[in-house]
Design a protein around this ligand. Structure first.
Ligand SMILES: [Zn+2]
Length: 146
């Protein structure tokens, strides 16, 4: 991680993660899947964590899933996030079984200024994938599906 303009912590793609970030820029969520045992892998890695087979296959997924957990970010925050609070960060279990973190957003990918109460955020609610442009980095995020 490094700090980019305007101060958001911005991920720096490396050889293991570049396909993921390139996919996000195209509006595609790519998750690795082992070609030998079929296990879905998160976070990106050069070998399967289950059977140690190298070169898992980057596979596009729908991003559909359910809220496994969530939290509300409130002040104090890093200065870059100060204008966004309060906002919700979701831990989403994709239908493939892997878990990713992302903002709660509206249908257009804008981060919602909310504590989640009005939207009825709760564990188990279905979510749909969206993407959010944060200072030029395209992040997967989710909107409530129902
Ligand atoms: Zn495997």
């Amino acid at each position: 991680m490094s700090v980019g303009d305007p101060g958001f912590p911005i991920p720096v793609p490396d050889q293991d993660t570049r396909p993921f970030w390139d996919g996000c820029r195209r509006g595609e969520l790519l998750i690795q899947r082992c070609g030998a045992c079929g296990k879905w892998l998160w976070q990106p890695r050069p070998i399967c964590s289950s059977c140690q087979t190298p070169d898992p296959t980057w596979t596009q997924v729908s991003g559909d899933g359910a809220i496994a957990s969530w939290t509300v970010l409130r002040p104090p925050t890093l200065p870059a996030f100060a204008a966004m609070v309060p906002f919700v960060v979701l831990l989403v279990t994709l239908d493939e079984g892997v878990r990713l973190l992302g903002y709660l957003v509206d249908d257009a990918g804008r981060v919602l200024t909310t504590d989640g109460g009005a939207e009825g955020v709760r564990t188990g609610r279905r979510v749909r994938l969206r993407f959010h442009d944060q200072a030029g980095t395209i992040l997967p995020c989710w909107t409530l599906a129902d």
